[in-house]
Design a binder for this molecule. Structure first.
Ligand SMILES: O=C(O)CNC(=O)[C@H](CS)NC(=O)CCC(=O)C(=O)O
Length: 276
């Protein structure tokens, strides 16, 4: 299976972001990708709630989702949209941070709402409070496309190893970790956590990331770590996109899933034990 990771520097204008993504999706398909992955909040990176309210839509009216469904069908590719920020009917006005898996006919094969909210102070000057703007999901999702089990997750979910164990034990062979990681935690934790998830589960890990300084018409500009990464089930890094926006192609030999799990079968060696 040939996959593509799209590394983006999405700003707070969904129309401009979509134009970039469409160009990259067409280019990745031309290079033979059958699975194309985009980062978290592909449609809008913004620190301003007012800006998000002004430019974002509900899922059923979202122009990015409609356009990318049409692109998936036109090109005959599977599109894993890392996430879109979409409005919800909730009275508190919070958004959903929602992943979409689009089939080669443009159908929505699966959706997943990010479960773990990044409410974290990463340095003396940098605090994130994701749950103020987004409502968390409560359902883990494995979807199948082209006979391959895909486990869905988003960004901060990466720190919750039990989620990935559950995805792998439910049939995932490829774990998707679309992200907008902070530069501080990215430098310290990103690669080692992604490699650990691959090794623990015997899965490929595909992590398409936001990268760089994100242009903002409202609020302050955000910075993200980049380094979109592909890891094989033995923990080997197959590709690291560095920090520039662009397309990273990677060929996955899916037989490696069974071969790695045969060498170290820890995924099937869980034992019951008393909590400490
Ligand atoms: O804000 C949005 O619009 C979309 N959400 C995000 O970008 C989220 C919350 S701020 N970012 C992360 O989860 C980074 C996790 C991270 O950096 C870590 O785990 O260290």
């Amino acid at each position: 299976m040939r996959a593509a990771l799209l590394q983006l520097t999405s700003g707070d204008d969904p129309v401009a972001n979509l134009a970039v993504v469409r160009r990259m999706v067409a280019e990745a398909a031309a290079q033979g990708a059958t699975l194309i992955c985009t980062p978290e909040v592909t449609n809008c990176v913004s620190a301003s709630r007012d800006r998000q309210k002004a430019v974002l839509s509900r899922e059923e009216d979202d122009p990015t989702l409609a356009a990318l469904r049409a692109e998936a069908a036109r090109l005959g590719v599977t599109l894993a949209i890392g996430s879109l920020a979409v409005k919800t009917p909730d009275a508190d006005g919070r958004f959903a941070n929602r992943s979409f898996l689009l089939g080669p006919d443009g159908a929505i094969l699966a959706r997943y709402d990010k479960i773990h909210m990044f409410d974290v102070t990463v340095s003396a000057t940098e605090t994130y409070r994701e749950s103020a703007g987004y409502r968390p999901g409560d359902r883990a999702v494995v979807a199948r496309t082209d006979g391959v089990g895909l486990g869905l997750s988003v960004c901060y979910d990466l720190r919750f190893a039990g989620l990935y164990r559950a995805l792998a034990q439910a049939g995932a062979e490829v774990l998707l970790v679309p992200s907008a990681f902070s530069p501080v935690t990215g430098a310290a934790h990103w690669e080692v956590l992604l490699r650990a998830r691959a090794i623990e589960t015997g899965c490929f890990v595909l992590a398409a990331a936001q990268s760089g300084t994100h242009p903002a018409q409202a609020g302050t500009a955000r910075k993200t770590w980049g380094h979109s990464l592909a890891v094989d089930p033995w923990g080997t890094v197959l590709a690291d996109a560095g920090t520039a926006p662009g397309i990273t192609m990677v060929d996955l030999d899916l037989d490696l899933v069974a071969r790695s799990r045969a060498r170290v079968p820890s995924l099937s060696h869980d034992r019951p034990y008393e909590r400490p």
